[in-house]
Design a protein. Structure first.
Length: 181
């Protein structure tokens, strides 16, 4: 009969890659995922004979849950919030490059720009003064004070118009997206 250590070695060899994959989906860093997996198996090993290794389905589920919980615990540690991994930045840069050149993402960005242009056109047709105020402040970079003085408004009045225009434009964009679906 095999002892606990021999059984556990088999379990470790069988499920280690699975645990690393689960951790990798959470932390997005291979080295950290391997550490989390290692810590997970250390915790499981400490269970000793309490660990039921007879049912593969239950064991895989236990390893999955333990790995997820260990990964969550990793983020709760204070030093993690300050620590910056170079690989994470590289992965984020690669992801943004992939999104930038991904045809589907490019089409969606182009579609979004077209919708935005359409909404701006509607704003210009519906309320040309508000459109001019928006362009002068957001595109031309004029200060709200100078625009307020030009149109005989208060600074607060200009800011309120900008806020209302943003809300109106967001609702118009929502309507366009709903029509598309």
């Amino acid at each position: 009969m095999m002892n606990h250590n021999e059984n556990f070695d088999d379990i470790y060899l069988k499920y280690w890659k699975f645990s690393v994959k689960v951790a990798m989906k959470i932390v997005k860093n291979k080295a950290v995922a391997e550490d989390i997996s290692q810590e997970t198996f250390c915790k499981l090993f400490r269970l000793g004979d309490k660990l039921d290794m007879s049912n593969d389905g239950k064991l895989e589920s236990l390893i999955f849950t333990a790995t997820v919980n260990t990964a969550k615990d990793y983020y709760k540690k204070a030093y993690v919030k300050r620590e910056q991994f170079p690989l994470e930045k590289e992965n984020a840069d690669a992801k943004s490059r992939d999104e930038k050149y991904n045809p589907e993402e490019r089409i969606l960005r182009m579609e979004k720009k077209e919708y935005q242009k359409l909404v701006l056109q509607r704003l210009r047709d519906k309320n040309p003064i508000n459109y001019e105020i928006l362009i002068k402040i957001k595109v031309m970079g004029m200060s709200p004070e100078s625009v307020a003085e030009e149109y005989g408004l208060t600074r607060n009045g200009v800011n309120n118009r900008i806020l209302r225009m943003k809300e109106w434009m967001n609702s118009e964009l929502e309507k366009l997206y709903r029509k598309k679906r």
